[in-house]
Design a protein around this ligand. Structure first.
Ligand SMILES: [Zn+2]
Length: 193
């Protein structure tokens, strides 16, 4: 540095110095109070926006409105949880033998749906928006446990694990036989709403 010249502190540094000025001054409480107030306001703003995001992800996605058009005669709209799986060891366990619960070879039938047989019997054809029309040919522990909690859960079979992950968890309305156990679960929910 040349003698007689000082480097002027940057705008940011000057702001920080101004912002924290007086914090160590025992005679006034205002700088500390100001810092606390801004901290609380920032916290409220961040908390509020996260709340909005959570609301959209958890509640609004979950409470998609029921389709306005009536389903085909003898069918009812049922709110179902859909997830994806593939024949890999992560999804189906280390001893998965490449066959579904009704002994369909996954190499021959790469696509199919796993459900709780207590809610949706095997060999029923379902139309799942975004997946397609497929046969219920498999089951899983998660589906049977969700059935106990009155949640109709469908696990959709994909070829690769990445595709199954990409599907994620999606709540949707699908049409099921109006006299079946899954539709009764829906009636139960409607009574509780
Ligand atoms: Zn997998």
């Amino acid at each position: 540095m040349l003698p007689g010249r000082t480097v002027a502190p940057s705008r940011t540094l000057r702001f920080i110095a101004w912002w924290f000025a007086g914090l160590s001054d025992a005679r006034t409480w205002f700088p500390g109070f100001r810092l606390l107030l801004v901290g609380v306001l920032l916290g409220i703003a961040v908390g509020w926006s996260f709340g909005r995001i959570l609301h959209v992800v958890v509640l609004e996605e979950h409470s998609l409105p029921k389709p306005v058009i009536s389903p085909a005669p003898g069918r009812a709209w049922v709110h179902v949880l859909t997830t994806g799986y593939c024949p890999c060891a992560l999804c189906c366990g280390l001893f998965a033998n490449g066959h579904t619960a009704i002994n369909r070879d996954v190499a021959t039938f790469p696509f199919g749906i796993a459900a709780a047989p207590a809610l949706i019997p095997y060999r029923m054809t379902l139309e799942v928006p975004g997946y397609g029309t497929a046969l219920v040919d498999d089951t899983g522990g998660a589906m049977r446990q969700d059935a106990v909690r009155h949640v109709v859960h469908l696990d959709l079979r994909f070829v690769t694990h990445a595709e199954a992950l990409r599907w994620g968890r999606r709540w949707m309305w699908i049409s099921l036989p109006a006299d079946g156990p899954a539709a009764q679960v829906e009636t139960l929910h409607e009574a509780g709403r």
